[in-house]
Design a protein around this ligand. Sequence first.
Ligand SMILES: C[S@@+](CC[C@H](N)C(=O)[O-])C[C@H]1O[C@@H](n2cnc3c(N)ncnc32)[C@H](O)[C@@H]1O
Length: 201
Amino acid sequence: MADNFAHRAAEWDNPSKTEMTRKFVAALLKKVDVQAAWKAFEIGAGTGLVGLQILPYVQRMIFEDTSPAMLDVLREKLTGDENIEIVEGEVFNYDKQDIDFVFACMSLHHVPDIEAALKHLNLITKKNATVVIGDLRTEDGSFHRFEPIPHQGFDTDKLSSQFENAGFQVLDCDTYNTLLRERIPGTMYQYEQFMLVARKL
Ligand SMILES: C[S@@+](CC[C@H](N)C(=O)[O-])C[C@H]1O[C@@H](n2cnc3c(N)ncnc32)[C@H](O)[C@@H]1O
């Protein structure tokens, strides 16, 4: 599989990404009472900017991502003492049914088949598991500068229905941040980020 993030991995951890992930984690911690006994699973963990902030709050973390290059940057940050596992590949590559907490920051729009992924999340999560998705609301394609991308953000009503159909109850879904990006010289574009919180039934 082509690694679409290979050329970005080394430069990923810049101040703008750090700020973006801090905002996600701050919003998540306001909405979810993260438990020290939880086993967590991050979809599209990348270089670990989000997961390494959540790791101190949980017992064990699975970092999943399709990009070997992004995961190599994560590996360089580890001491070896962390209670973690790295899954290189799609979510379907993890098949233990022991997850208490799933989260994803700006990665779900890269996952081609959302319904299949949610069905798989249902399989690997325990009853009452918490799922938190932070991503873009529907955008015009300019966020990725019109590069092909599986989803140009999400209609959150549709995404909520997909969650419900996959056996989750959506507890909350609102906007937690607005990103500003210069997409045409001198013109700033605004992209709203939503946070959806769901519970496995
Ligand atoms: C925008 S980056 C976000 C990375 C990280 N969550 C962060 O906030 O810094 C999207 C990540 O999703 C990963 N990705 C792309 N397609 C994926 C897929 N089908 N399943 C899981 N992760 C995927 C990319 O390799 C990349 O690391």
